[in-house]
Design a protein around this ligand. Structure first.
Ligand SMILES: O=C(O)CC1=CCC(=O)O1
Length: 397
């Protein structure tokens, strides 16, 4: 076990993964500690150097008297990075950890190369709800709210199928100190990063369990829409802690975001071609791009360079629309033009852009109105076949 003093408080932290890999700091949620990241850290460990820690008053980190502020929690996290000599890196923040991560980026925008926000928002809950929670834990300890909280943490299926895990994670929550929990509730009550979210300029992925009852998907999506260029994805079959219910999927989404963001970050100094290749990979998938690249001959080399630099390295690289929005526009245009293969390819790419089946259906309604019912009808058939192939795993190539 490792400890370091930050802001006069002893902080429990753990380093794992591959030294020299992408550096990723994980920030836990209210009532949890660094153990919630273990399964995700194992999945990412071969490519990333990972730092997890227990937030003030949580896990084995020292408890100081309540109340806390978001600024204090941001000071703690930045202080930990300074103390361990992590000059830069990626942040993955869950719930209140996501608020702290947003606060860190707002405080020190140049320091971070990518951001993953999970089951969080720019503002969570109301002052009234947090004051009620504070009063409850101050009267009866954290154990007194544990059943209600845990019912929002996990999907009903997880609760039914994994009672032992449920017991274990509930125990972690119930063992949280009253001051640590109530202090963090006060920070949540007073934090509103709505304005700051609009100024986030690092590549951001926003994830939410589709059954999250604590920070519901619509709330999380609304925050994603505030962040320029952010990608939003729902994690099927998960509640408020998808890192526990769907660790492999979460690790996959983070890994993909790291790859895409190195492209985007490299983008500033990189050529339009290099940027284009990276964005093309992030949207269409590495395998597709490898296949297309290996088929290039002298006949189409100049054409391939042109589309890589222009479509991918210029238009798709611009942060002015999100990838989800670009995906919707592109599918509508291709459907209107009757470009069947390209419609199918871009429907498959929605896996990576965050556009949903509902988005595609809505786009094709526009096609019906502005380009004609026959074009839309034809594209609907292609989209349905492609989407059902994706669901059954056929298109997971
Ligand atoms: O405790 C909850 O209800 C869920 C939650 C809100 C903020 C956080 O970190 O967890």
């Amino acid at each position: 076990m490792s400890f370091v003093t930050v802001n006069g408080n002893a902080v429990h932290y753990r380093r794992s993964g591959t030294p020299g890999g992408r550096r990723v700091l994980f920030l836990n949620s209210l009532g949890s500690d660094l153990r919630i990241w273990e399964a995700v850290a194992v999945e990412l460990g071969s490519r990333c150097e990972i730092l997890t820690y227990d937030m003030r008053g949580h896990g084995l980190t020292q408890v100081s008297p309540a109340p806390y502020t978001l600024d204090l929690l941001v000071d703690d996290a930045l202080g930990l990075l300074d103390a361990l000599g992590w000059p830069a890196g990626t942040l993955v923040g869950l719930s209140v950890g996501g608020l702290v991560a947003q606060g860190m980026v707002a405080r020190d925008p140049g320091r971070f190369d990518a951001l993953v926000l999970m089951d969080t928002a720019a503002k969570i809950g109301t002052a009234e709800s947090w004051n009620e929670r504070i009063a409850a834990v101050e009267a009866g300890g954290v154990a007194s709210v544990a059943d209600a909280v845990v019912s929002r943490w996990f999907s009903p299926a997880f609760a039914k199928e994994q009672p032992a895990s449920l017991f274990g994670w509930r125990t972690m929550l119930a063992q949280t100190s009253t001051a640590g929990y109530a202090g963090t509730c006060a920070a949540l009550r007073d934090a509103d990063l709505t304005k700051a979210a609009g100024a986030i300029s690092v590549p951001t992925l926003v994830l939410v369990g589709d059954g999250d009852l604590a920070t519901p998907p619509d709330l999380v999506e609304a925050t994603a829409r505030l962040i320029p260029g952010a990608r939003f994805e729902r994690v099927a079959g998960a509640g408020h802690l998808p890192c526990l219910e769907r660790p492999a999927e979460i690790a996959g989404a983070i890994a993909q975001h790291l790859e895409a963001s190195s492209a985007a970050t490299a983008g500033e100094g990189a050529s339009a071609f290099d940027r284009g290749m990276a964005v093309r990979r992030a949207v269409l998938g590495g395998e597709h791009v490898e296949r297309a690249t290996s088929a290039i001959t002298g006949f189409d080399a100049a054409f391939q360079r042109l589309i890589t630099e222009s479509a991918w390295g210029t238009v798709w690289s611009s942060p002015r629309l999100t990838r989800r929005e670009r995906s919707i526009v592109t599918i509508a245009l291709l459907a209107a033009l009757g470009q069947d293969d390209e419609v199918a390819m871009h429907v498959r790419a929605t896996r990576n852009t965050g556009a949903t089946a509902d988005d595609i259906a809505e786009a094709l309604m526009h096609v019906a109105i502005y380009a004609g019912v026959p074009a839309a009808n034809h594209a609907i058939k292609i989209a349905k076949t492609t989407l059902s192939g994706m669901t059954s795993g056929e298109a997971a190539r």
